[in-house]
Design a binder for this molecule. Sequence first.
Ligand code: GDP
Ligand code: MN
Length: 434
Amino acid sequence: MLPRSLFARRLVNATAIRQQCRNLSLHEYRSAQILKENGVPVPKGAAATTPEQAYEIAKSLNLEDMVIKAQALTGGRGKGVFDSGLKGGVKLISSPFEAKMYAEQMLHHKLITKQSGPAGKEVTAVYIVEREFVRREAYICILMDRGSQAPLIVASSQGGMDIEGVAKETPDAIKTFKVDIHQGVTDELALSVAKELGFSAKAVPKAAETVKNLYKIFITKDATQIEINPLAETTDHEVLAMDAKLAFDDNASFRQPEVWSYRDLSQEDPDEIEAANAGLNFIKLDGTIGCLVNGAGLAMATMDIIKLYGGDPANFLDCGGGATAKTIEKAFELITSDHKVTAIFVNIFGGIVRCDDIAKGLIAVTRHMNINIPLVVRLQGTNVSEAKQLISDSGLKIFSYEDLDEAAEKVCQLAKVVEMARKIDVNVSFELPL
Ligand code: GDP
Ligand code: MN
């Protein structure tokens, strides 16, 4: 398999990739805990998973001014709406009773935001925090910049809920700072970033210290992104991380057990989790051609060639070295459960796995699954002629090729035919066997 970083970069070129667990994202309250443990001040608070618990937490905070925040892995919660009708995923409250009331309208409801897509994200917890009185809201983010191959700090004095608007209308208000990976964030760099945040002189040293601590988390926790919006200066000149969006490199999961124990699987795509459990490397995409390929490199080449012939891949799927009947079946289940899919393309190179074994697996799976969309198979490598013979003897309507171009052209053409037929509601039968 290809290194994930390379894999991810390449996939950025494909349209509408869902992030999912390539980068693990944590809930705000989990991220806040990591910040706190590493010397970054955060508002006092705790998370609840039931309305009763929300009541108890608010009671024990014993404050007049609190905020209740929906925990769902999406940005723009403040301006989001719930399928319960409630407007706003961040609410100011002043009593345990209100905490309970909002928790009822937030928990296990879908929060729809600019970033979540129309389906929204289920809220699995609410975070109740002390309400802060802020002078300024700034923005800070640390991420890995592929262009300069170095960590990059992005900072702006115009933080808060409309950072996207700032980026669009006044991009000059957002400054970037490259970090030398060998030197890390020096005092000098931390200070220049801190000065960019627009805080009062009193708060600048604390902001600089915060920048250093955020960078420490970025490095020691194998983060891919640390975004704090807003990073606030309170009326008494304290610096506080009032929201946090942390993402982590899944290649480093083995050495970050604590971070990974915070993973909330309910926020991820169930198909992708299922695929991972079956040893498949699967990412859903927006197109119509379902792909089953062995090897990440070949999978990407397959996606490219599909594009070249005017098609659109519905997924990235690398079954690695395990192209057995069992994995093929799982893969086909995942592919066909996506109703956008109008054709399947199997592109497998028989190296260690022999083509005839793959053909046997394909035939067995095709026979017992009810596949009613065209299936184009390109096999190449060890025992390819035996494989071709098996497929043609099977009597199944499998379009079989040795040449990748021919196969790709065919699958794109067939996918279009089925797509058009569906649009005008004509039933083109590709039932197998014919
Ligand atoms: P997001 O919309 O998902 O980014 O959620 P945030 O956690 O950033 O909350 C949205 C906005 O609510 C923030 O940008 C702040 O402007 C505001 N907010 C949240 N908590 C507080 C608070 O304690 N005090 C004040 N003054 N504003 C807050
Ligand atoms: Mn925010």
